[in-house]
Design a protein. Structure first.
Length: 392
């Protein structure tokens, strides 16, 4: 009895501004292609059951193209594996805030798969001697949570759940989507189940002997570098899904090929360095990217860099790097204030616009945001608020 466990596909995910020849966001196309190839592999493996443990889509109202694509792939899976149980779990990204709105996942019942998007439901497959308690995100967010207990009749008892198991994630939660329902490892009662299929954490992770996060199939967060750091810390080569043998208890990790790599280059400390030195380091580290930096996702942090040094960097080279990579994020971080907060050099009290700029220059930002643009937008909003007050 073999069960394939994948999760957090986030179809319809869009990031950066590069488009394919067909006009589709490049990252959206990457995510779709990885899912298509995963379906190819599942068809070849022919598992007895397949669980997609939540967050099929990146948003509650995904693009039409993503909906059509998901339907086609799930229908293809059902046609190729007519005897397999195929289960889709509702995740937090799939769940509208208003229960009256209904989940788009309901559509996929017409593709022949079993969808559980709202209340917890126990699915029984007599031909497989399999019982699956499916607990979507919405079922965990109510005042009364469902009892996480096997039904005691089928030989193979599986729990499929989308949520956050407290204490299992890195302290900075770099690879986890916020907004998940929080449970404890004890809530799972893993020892009573043949297997626990979890979704929500984007890095493949074994919670205990029988409970696993499959992780996402692609880098679908605003901080792919933090996610990759988590994977490296766990000794993982990248993304994939799990194939569990419910009789032997063996779980195999199946890796998926990524269309592009995520690189977090070694940070550069700007203290005591000239503009020429920093330019040289920027160029050297970018040119040292394995296989070249073209079409890759890259971050370069430069710490403690004063404004006048940042202004004089080789911006022609930086523009070239941004044009060549799919995304090149040059994250320039200003020195921390050396005196009391709110005081400028020389002891002068900072103005409100200066305080705001200092804060926005130091604050970590999502990958797709340009820091200069964020600072400019913040200053514009501040000015819009101050003007009526000053005129009163």
């Amino acid at each position: 009895m073999r069960l394939a466990h994948l999760a957090d596909t986030h179809l319809g995910f869009r990031q950066y501004h590069r488009q394919t020849a067909a006009g589709l966001n490049q990252r959206e196309a990457d995510v779709a292609n990885v899912f298509r190839h995963t379906v190819d592999t599942l068809v070849a493996e022919q598992p007895d059951a397949i669980i997609i443990a939540g967050d099929v889509f990146h948003t509650v109202r995904p693009p039409n193209a993503a909906i059509v694509f998901a339907f086609q792939q799930l229908h293809r899976l059902r046609e190729a594996l007519p005897k397999s149980a195929i289960i889709v779990v509702g995740g937090n990204h799939d769940t509208p805030r208003s229960a009256e709105s209904g989940s788009i996942l309901r559509l996929f019942s017409a593709a022949g798969v079993d969808v559980v998007a709202e209340e917890a439901q126990r699915l029984v497959y007599p031909a497989l001697d399999l019982s699956v308690l499916v607990v979507p995100h919405q079922a965990l967010m109510g005042d009364v949570r469902p009892a996480l207990e096997p039904d005691g009749t089928a030989q193979h008892q599986v729990l499929a759940l989308h949520g956050e198991i407290a204490g299992t994630f890195p302290s900075d939660h770099a690879a986890m989507e916020y907004g998940g329902a929080v449970l404890t490892e004890g809530d799972l009662q893993s020892e009573r189940w043949s297997y626990v299929a979890l979704g929500h954490y984007h890095v493949m992770h074994q919670v205990n002997e029988r409970a696993w996060y499959a992780g996402a199939l692609e880098y679908v967060t605003t901080n792919p570098w933090g996610e990759r750091r988590d994977e490296v810390a766990r000794g993982l080569p990248g993304k994939g899904w799990l194939l569990a043998d419910l009789v032997s208890g063996e779980v195999e990790r199946r890796w998926v090929e990524q269309p592009r790599q995520v690189h977090d280059l070694p940070p550069i400390d700007a203290v005591g360095r000239s503009v020429a030195e920093i330019d040289r380091l920027l160029r050297a580290q970018l040119e040292a990217v394995p296989g070249g930096y073209a079409e890759q996702i890259i971050r370069q942090v430069v710490a403690e860099i004063p404004r006048h040094i940042a202004r004089d960097l080789d911006h022609a080279f930086i523009r070239q790097a941004k044009a060549g990579a799919l995304h090149y994020r040059l994250d320039l971080r200003r020195p921390a204030p050396t005196g009391p907060i709110g005081l400028a050099p020389g002891g002068r009290r900072q103005t409100l616009p200066e305080l705001l700029e200092d804060y926005l220059r130091r604050r970590p930002l999502p990958a797709e945001l340009d820091r200069d643009a964020v600072v400019a937008a913040g200053q514009a909003l501040l000015n819009a608020v101050r003007q009526p007050v000053e005129e009163a």
